[in-house]
Design a protein around this ligand. Sequence first.
Ligand code: ADP
Length: 265
Amino acid sequence: MTQPLQVPSGTRCRLSDFDPDEHEGLDRQTAEAETRRHCEALDELAYRLFAESRRSVVLVLQGIDTSGKDGTIRMVASGVSPQCLDVASFKAPSALELAHDFLWRVHARIPAHGRIGIFNRSHYEDVIVVRVRKLVPEQVWRARYAPINAFEKLLSDAGVTFVKCFLHISREEQRKRLADRLQDPTKQWKLGPADLDDRLLWDDFQAAYEDAISACNMPEAPWHIVPANRKWYRNLVVARLLRQALERLDPRFPPFDPTLIKRLD
Ligand code: ADP
């Protein structure tokens, strides 16, 4: 790897330090073959996590519109058996969700022991989009960094491993992807006026991400900045990060009761 993906805990994140075009000099074919190998390993590790049923993993995917959250989910889901996987997409909160604290709906989607949860957006929207679109006053979103850290610590103490990924694309790459969506009848449905409005707020979103990543980057739940201009490299990096996290957990099959063998008629 030619550049670090992780922002050291306690330091300020500057997204301009990370090259969204980074791809380790790999070509697409080599990267895709490597991703497939990671996915095979992931499937086996996820099966063991499921059998062990004591801990869980949350893959948090954040990024600006078109950064590739959906494509990343497709890649992980193509590798891991659905029985071990939950996907949660966090949209604008409903009236019921707004009638609770901002972490209520997120806590409800934390995967049960044995499962991998993929978060398509997350509690970080509550310090990013709400800030940029001025949906709540500054004192409200600013006061949320501490509870986010406490929440992630509570869960990590309870056996939840966070793999937090910021899918990092350039402004130019976003323009290309939006232009592609505008032209492609199979992708036009993905676009709404909000997406084009949000593009005008590019700098505000980058600043909000830098602040959130800097403030909520504890060793228990660190952020990874994933270079995402090339979709195949983004997939490789996320597959590798998820595999490494599961390998560190090294889930074990539960002990077997040998007396069961005698009970088979
Ligand atoms: P996506 O863009 O993820 O494919 P949508 O087009 O349905 O899905 O967008 C979901 C929208 O919900 C995004 O604009 C996102 O910023 C917004 N959203 C998510 N969480 C919150 C939140 N807590 N408060 C306000 N808006 C939110």
